[in-house]
Design a protein around this ligand. Structure first.
Ligand SMILES: [Fe+2]
Ligand SMILES: [Fe+2]
Length: 258
């Protein structure tokens, strides 16, 4: 569970990185740094080895993970480079945008939302990608059907990795369904005890999509704010995104440089 997120006075640490803050996941503290190239990243004292050890322990604790990997014929390997890039970039941005969306919702809607679960889930939502083969994660072109199927299990893998880690059920649910939508056409398929209109899922999935559209991909440039908002508005018209969540994102994006 993320126990603390705190900002510290920027200062130089090794490799000319600047320390911006820190986040504590379970009992391990990760430092949020900006490296000499200007990218934000996560570090620990012996980051690579510690991250691999933590993730390996998470895998060993839950036999379901091995079963899923076997079903998809994926050789278990931990891609900590992906974790570093996601933590410092996309998951951090998704968290910022999700909190921004929350801040612009009506008091009535806010009262049905667990803000700390939103923060935790958005900071961890793509953790499962550490088990997706890097040749799929880093493929410079569109994924084929089989690769897409493998990529899509990252939300379940993230859920399974974290479910043994004393993380609240609400946070776990948000991680598992962060690619689900109001029309139930996302993934993974819903089970009867999950309510897809849950506003929390909508906040994370909308923040996740907006963050992804605002990032450059090997196959496309970074979209402008208006372009990204237009794409999401189309999903409102298709009944996939809750209009109040979209309006909150619009208000947030209009007033802040995201
Ligand atoms: Fe995802
Ligand atoms: Fe994501």
């Amino acid at each position: 569970m993320i126990k603390k997120m705190f900002l510290v006075k920027p200062r130089k640490i090794r490799n000319r990185s600047r320390l911006l803050g820190a986040v504590q996941i379970n009992s391990t503290s990760f430092f949020v740094c900006r490296n000499k190239d200007g990218q934000v990243c996560l570090r620990t004292g012996k980051e690579e080895k510690i991250q691999k050890d933590i993730l390996q322990r998470m895998i060993d604790l839950n036999p379901m993970i091995k079963k899923i990997l076997d079903d998809y014929k994926i050789k278990p390997s931990i891609n900590t480079k992906t974790l570093r890039e996601l933590s410092g970039g996309h998951m951090n941005d998704t968290c910022k945008i999700a909190v921004g969306i929350y801040s612009k919702l009506s008091e009535n809607l806010k009262s049905c939302i667990n803000k700390s679960a939103i923060k935790e889930a958005s900071m961890l939502h793509d953790l499962g990608k550490v088990l997706i083969p890097s040749k799929i994660i880093n493929k410079p072109s569109k994924l084929n059907k089989k690769e897409r199927e493998i990529m899509n299990i990252h939300s379940i893998l993230g859920y399974e990795l974290l479910k043994t880690q004393k993380i609240g059920l609400e946070t776990l649910d948000l991680i598992k369904y962060h690619h689900q939508n109001l029309k139930h056409t996302g993934y993974p398929a819903l089970n009867c005890d999950h309510n897809p209109s849950d506003i929390g899922v909508q906040i994370i999935s909308t923040a996740d999509k907006y963050s992804a559209l605002r990032e450059a991909r090997v196959y496309r440039r970074k979209l402008t704010r208006i372009e990204a908002l237009l794409i999401l508005y189309k999903e409102v018209l298709e009944g996939k995104i809750h209009k109040d969540v979209y309006n909150a994102l619009y208000e947030y994006a209009r007033n802040f440089d995201v």
